[in-house]
Design a binder for this molecule. Structure first.
Ligand code: ADP
Ligand code: MG
Ligand code: ZN
Length: 487
């Protein structure tokens, strides 16, 4: 299904979406034991009696996990419960050795709050947060090519927050932007590495549709396994189209749980309402209630770094950049800091934005690097941008100097001097070159005189070649025109 057919469906129908996002917390160790929180270690090498659920062991709460959950809660304006409780969510699956997951149910750590973001057309949108609670992850089942399956318990007991949104999202695009903002907030606050490829951020969605103008919500379905931005867009679009298709034919949407199959681009039915799981939640008897001092919450709030929305507002005000520039530059907090450091080097915000978005991001993409690994210090880039903006070298030369700086770890000034790249804009020096070039081309000059004026571009090219690209194009052009007119 195409974006266009979705757009036409959404003229008559409105989709209503709520997201449940699981984010892995960036703690050193697991939620209730001392095992290291890891990724990509040999299977079952990071386990202990606690996370393997041996009888008789007791969980001990990871304080850092609570700190991170509180930090996220403060970043999105939640109210923190001074007393919250852990609960057992009981179900049987081979990746869950205890037979239950420790989560929070009736009294979650954080409630209320909201996430705001901008849509492509510049309109702003706010999505309410229902709750944020702590829970532990399950292990990982790996299904082999034959009928065999394996279990890796390394992920068992990894600390997660579950972030439940209000049903405030109205389109797959809004869902995507919401998720992007959440990911950005998790990264800015250091609460999660939020790397979707490593499964740090996993998303389930509740989806319903209603005729435009109707207040009442339609019957919703739940879709699991939307684990990439692309998956969120495609899965939601697929399900909205399916539900509208049923309703337009006079049918009824059945409440059910689906799972998104990214490689097949379709959903599979997991269970219907009749088969709904009963998790038999009850308070976790092995953990005391979690008591939070309001003064501590205030401390955390005061210690928050500048958040994405505030940074965007500051970039707009201070640097007067365009929306696209701001969006790209603030997508990553470290990239924003790099950008600001280059501007501090004395070059204009606009020029700097072009270089960072164009050249720096190009190299980061090519090299699959993060800005923290980028070897060119901001002062070095500032020097290069300065040389271009004052006209010492032109933009194209600047780009090749940029590449040489990375290869040779030399300063822009040193490369320009060594390779004699400084642009020649001194017209007396250039005039001599132009004369010589024209003298060497008597035939073309003759044709030009007879009216073949389009040869001007050819002459221009020849002169630029003679200057090895260093001629200031505007000065060359003026000189050339003058000398041709004299002829
Ligand atoms: P459950 O207990 O079954 O998980 P919740 O009431 O906690 O149900 O809601 C789960 C999610 O479903 C929330 O993100 C909420 O915003 C969303 N939701 C609730 N009703 C609807 C609806 N009619 N259409 C779409 N999403 C909904
Ligand atoms: Mg739920
Ligand atoms: Zn363990």
């Amino acid at each position: 299904m195409t974006a266009q057919s979705l757009a036409s469906i959404l003229q008559k129908w409105e989709s209503v979406i709520g997201l449940e996002v699981h984010a892995q917390l960036a703690t050193e160790s697991k939620m209730f034991c001392r095992c290291q929180r890891t990724y990509g270690e040999p299977p079952n090498s990071r386990t202990c009696p606690v996370c393997l659920g041996y009888p008789g062991v007791l969980p001990v709460l990871n304080e850092q996990a609570v700190e991170f959950a509180l930090r996220l809660g403060q970043a999105v304006g939640c109210t923190v419960r001074s007393l919250s409780r852990f609960a057992r969510k009981n179900y049987f699956y081979p990746d869950l050795p205890k037979g239950y997951q420790i989560s929070q149910y009736e009294e979650p750590l954080c409630e209320g709050g909201s996430v705001s973001f901008y849509m492509e057309d510049g309109t702003s949108k706010t999505v309410g947060i229902t709750r944020i609670h702590l829970e532990e992850d399950a292990g990982k089942a790996i299904h082999g090519l034959e009928d065999e399956s394996y279990i890796d318990f390394n992920r068992c007991g990894t600390p997660l927050v579950e972030i439940v949104s209000e049903p405030d999202i109205r389109s797959p695009q809004e869902a995507r932007r919401y998720l992007e903002r959440l990911k950005q907030t998790l990264e800015y606050t250091g609460v999660s590495e939020a790397d979707m490829e490593k499964g740090h951020l996993r998303c389930d969605a509740n989806i319903s549709v209603r005729p435009r103008g109707r207040e009442e919500f339609g019957t919703r379905t739940e879709m699991k396994n939307l684990n990439s931005f692309r998956g969120v867009m495609r899965g939601l679009t697929y399900e909205i189209e399916r539900q509208v298709g049923i309703l337009e034919q006079g049918g009824e949407v059945e409440q059910c749980t689906l799972t998104w199959d990214e490689s097949a681009g379709e959903t599979h039915l997991l269970r219907t309402k009749e088969e709904a799981q009963d998790y038999r939640y009850f308070p976790e008897p092995d953990l005391v209630p979690l008591i939070i001092d309001p003064a501590h919450v205030e401390e955390i709030r005061a210690g928050l770094p500048e958040l994405p929305a505030a940074l965007e507002a500051r970039f707009t005000e201070k640097y007067g950049l365009r929306f696209e520039d701001i969006e790209t530059l603030t997508s990553d907090r470290e990239l924003a800091a790099y950008y600001e450091a280059v501007v501090k080097g004395g070059v204009t915000p606009q020029e700097t934005a072009q270089w960072v978005r164009g050249e720096v991001l190009r190299v980061l993409n090519e090299e699959q690097q993060k800005i923290g690994e980028f070897p060119m210090p901001p002062e070095a880039l500032a020097e290069l941008v300065q040389l271009v903006s004052e006209g010492t070298i032109n933009r194209n030369t600047g780009k090749s100097v940029f590449d040489k700086m990375l290869q040779e770890r030399l300063s822009a000034g040193a490369i320009v001097e060594r390779d004699e790249l400084a642009q020649v804009s001194d017209s007396s020096a250039l005039e001599e070159t132009v004369r010589q070039v024209l003298e060497g081309l008597p035939e073309e000059l003759e044709r030009y005189r007879k009216g073949e004026t389009k040869l001007q571009g050819f002459f221009m090219g020849q002169v630029m070649r003679a200057t090895r690209g260093k001629g200031d194009p505007q000065v060359v052009k003026d000189l050339l025109q003058r000398l041709l007119d004299e002829n």
